[in-house]
Design a protein around this ligand. Sequence first.
Ligand code: BMA
Length: 317
Amino acid sequence: MFKKLGRDAVERWHKNPIITLDSVPFPCNTVFNAACAKLGEEYLLLLRVEDMSGRSVFALARSDDGYRFTVDPEPAMEPSKEEPFRSYERRGIEDPRITYLEGEYYIMYTAYSRYGARLALAKTSDFETYTRLGLISQPENKDGCLFPRKINGRHVRLDRPYGGGIGNMWLSYSDDLLHWGDSEVVMTTRGGYWDQDRIGACTPPIETDRGWLHIYHGVKVTSAGPLYRMGTVLFDLDNPAKVLCRSVVPILTPREYYERVGDIGNVVFSCGAILEDGGRLRIYYGAADTCICLGFADVDDLIDRCQLGYNDGDEME
Ligand code: BMA
C-alpha cells in the first residue's frame, strides 16, 4: 500500500481550469476558491470573485454536468450595506463554504475589514435570495465550516483562530448557529511536515462509516514563499474533537502551471466537494488564487492513505 504514496491522491480533470477570469461576465480581477452545492440535479458554485478594487464578492455559477459552468451576470452576494455587517465586510467577503443542514444551505464565510478577518453566516434555500444570520466570531478567525448535522445535540464548526503566532484548527459548539463556545483546539501545525506553518479547513466534513472525513489545507513557508497544499484528517463520529488519523503526505500539491503561476502562486485551496454515487468525491479547488479547477478522489482511498504512516500530530523527528 505504501507504494501509492508520493502520487497525488486527487486526480485532476484533464480540462482544468474549469473557471477563469474569462468566465465571469462582469469586470473583476480574479476568481478562485468556490463553495459548492447541488440543488436538485444542478451543480452550483459560489465563487469568490475579487473585484477591480481588490474586495471579494460572491458570484453564482451553474452547471448541468458539474464540468461546464455559466456564471450569473451579477454577483450573488456583495459586502453588506447594512449594519452590523457593513462595518466588518468593507474589505470583502471571502472563501465561502456551504453546508446543507436541516433543509437549508448555510454559507459560512470570512468577513474582512480593517479590523481583520472574522466569521459570518448566511443561508439560502434557493440560491436566489440570501439571508445573513450573524457575525459569529471575533477576529482573527477564518476558514470556518459547519458540520452537516448536530453531534450530541449541538451544532459543530471547525475554525482557525490565530493565536500565539500560529494558525491552528479548533472546534466550537452552538445550540442556535449564532452563539458559539466551548472552543477547543483539535489540530496543530506539525513541524517538519507539509502542514508545518499554518493549517485551516477546506471542505465541510463528510460523514462516512469510518469517521468524519475532512480535507484541510496546510502551509509550509519556503524560501520561495508559502506553499499551500491539501491533506486529510479523520475525526471520530461521536466526538469530532478526537483525531483518528491525519495524512502524512498531501493529497494535492501544486504541480500544474495553473497551480504554480497566478496572483498567489503555489496554491491549491478547496472550499467544497460533492460526494457522488460510488463514494467518489468531486473536489472544486482554487489554483494560484487565479482560477477554479476540478479534481476527483475516492473516499475510501483517501481514508486508507490518511491512516498510513506517522500521524499523531507531533513534530517530525
Ligand atoms: C488564505 C486565504 C485563501 C487563499 C490563500 C492563498 O489565507 O485567503 O483564500 O487562497 O490564503 O493566498
